[in-house]
Design a protein around this ligand. Structure first.
Ligand SMILES: Cc1ncc(COP(=O)(O)O)c(C=O)c1O
Length: 430
């Protein structure tokens, strides 16, 4: 079936077919160190490329607006049950099309336009949807931000408490887009309770670590938890909302928290769910229940830690002095080379990273002072500590010899050798 589809695609649209083929080769032959990317399993990918994409199923299982949803209902129910189980959640909504949609739906469920929200600053590790001036979130809600301590580069709970007392937000958000340390949800809860605020954890990056018990769990401390399904969780591109059922701030309201979330997703901000992606989410949730998943998450952290150590050994400053999770941000300002140039030169040798702000960064967003790196994708390939250290050495070879074509050619050869030794998607026929 899959092979037939590929032949049909190549005949119908050879241009797109050829580009897909090239992109698959790029992923196979390169070192993906962007912490938000991963290699989903063939089972996850296969569920997405199915005629489930044809169906319209606005609504929720047993409450749809269109007919023909008998099997779609069963698929979504399985996805919901699995999500609740792996995240120990009272309620799950598997319909958000992305992490940003999941966040938008939570804001719609919990806030009114003009309400105050305290989120983590972008430069300290937050996401655009946590109140960036260029994002929709600031058009509808009043955001203020907490950051990290200049000394430790870890979340400064004194600052959080001070700002919460002053600002009296209705919602507090914790998250880790580029934050490499553990989040202390219990501490956030205590502070949120001082002013009667909702607490939301956006665990888009660390979902896999949370499931594996390698990061503190957001429940019972948080009211709502949002995540993407495609990062450490290694599923399809998509979003997910987990929540309590009871609304702690609105106990007598017409709707409970779970109902508010569901209404905010549909019909609040989305139309029909992407049933092919929901099926694929169900597959990834099943994969996340397997012992191999826990082992994989533990290896992610081991690889990430040795990478941070290796950078430090070579005199590179790692933000906050290291990492507890799958990512790290390094300060490349001492090299005197723009992060955009470093990112582009690494790309040319087949190493994919992303430039990133560091705390209190003075550089412009387009050319910040940091590079963010993560281990989820290389760990999926089978890399262990030895290879993770080697990756760091290759990166530094390029940065330290940014104009030396010979050295960069040698690094490109090393990348080829490494990726050949640890192949990915070998059985994928394209
Ligand atoms: C913490 C966090 N939340 C939300 C998102 C948004 O996810 P998406 O790109 O699926 O909209 C991201 C994406 O990187 C993220 O890191």
């Amino acid at each position: 079936m899959l092979e037939l589809t590929i032949m049909q695609l190549s005949r119908t649209d050879p241009k797109i077919y050829a580009l897909i083929k090239k992109e698959i080769a790029r992923q196979r032959n390169g070192l993906v160190l962007i912490p938000s990317e991963n290699y989903a399993s063939p089972a996850v990918l296969k569920a997405m490329g199915t005629p489930l994409s044809n169906k319209y199923s606005e609504g929720y299982p047993q409450k749809r607006y269109y007919s023909g949803n008998k099997f779609i209902d069963q698929i979504e129910e399985i996805a919901i049950e699995r999500a609740k189980k792996i995240f120990r959640a009272e309620h799950a909504n598997v319909q958000p099309h992305s992490g940003s949609q999941a966040n938008a739906a939570c804001y719609l469920a919990l806030l009114r336009p003009g309400d105050r929200v305290l989120g983590i600053d972008l430069k300290a590790g937050g996401h655009l949807t946590h109140g960036s001036p260029v994002n929709f979130s600031t058009k509808f809600y009043k955001f203020w931000h907490y950051g990290v301590s200049p000394k430790t580069e870890r979340i400064d709970f004194e600052e959080v408490r001070r700002k919460v007392r002053k600002f009296k937000p209705k919602l507090i958000i914790t998250s880790t887009t580029s934050y490499s340390r553990k989040l202390n949800f219990r501490k956030f809860r205590r502070i949120a309770d001082e002013v009667g605020a909702y607490l939301m954890a956006d665990i888009a990056h660390i979902a896999g670590l949370v499931i594996a018990g390698l990061h503190p769990h957001p429940f019972p401390w948080c009211d709502v938890v949002t995540t993407t399904t495609h990062k450490t969780l290694r599923g399809p591109r998509g979003g997910l909302i987990l929540s309590k059922i009871e609304d702690r701030l609105d106990k007598k309201g017409k709707l409970n928290l779970a109902e508010k979330i569901d209404r905010a997703v549909f019909p609040g901000i989305q139309g029909g769910p992407q049933d092919h992606v929901i099926a694929s989410k169900a597959v990834c949730f099943l994969e996340a229940m397997k012992p191999a998943f826990k082992k994989y998450q533990a290896q992610i952290i081991r690889n990430s830690r040795v990478m941070a150590e290796e950078f430090k050994k070579r005199g590179i400053r790692v933000i906050s002095g290291g990492t507890d999770n799958h990512l790290m941000v390094i300060d490349i300002s001492p090299f005197g080379i723009g992060s955009k140039i470093i990112q582009d030169e690494l790309d040319k040798v087949g190493i994919f990273v992303n430039r990133n702000a560091i705390p209190f960064d003075k550089g412009p967003p387009y050319n910040p002072s940091g590079i963010r790196l993560g281990s989820p994708a290389i760990t999926t390939r089978g890399f262990r500590e030895k290879e993770a250290r080697k990756v760091v050495r290759l990166i530094l070879e390029v940065i330290e010899n940014i104009d030396n074509q010979k050295v960069k050619k040698e690094v490109a050869e090393e990348v080829k050798k490494l990726t050949k030794k640890f192949p990915i998607y070998e059985d994928f026929q394209w």
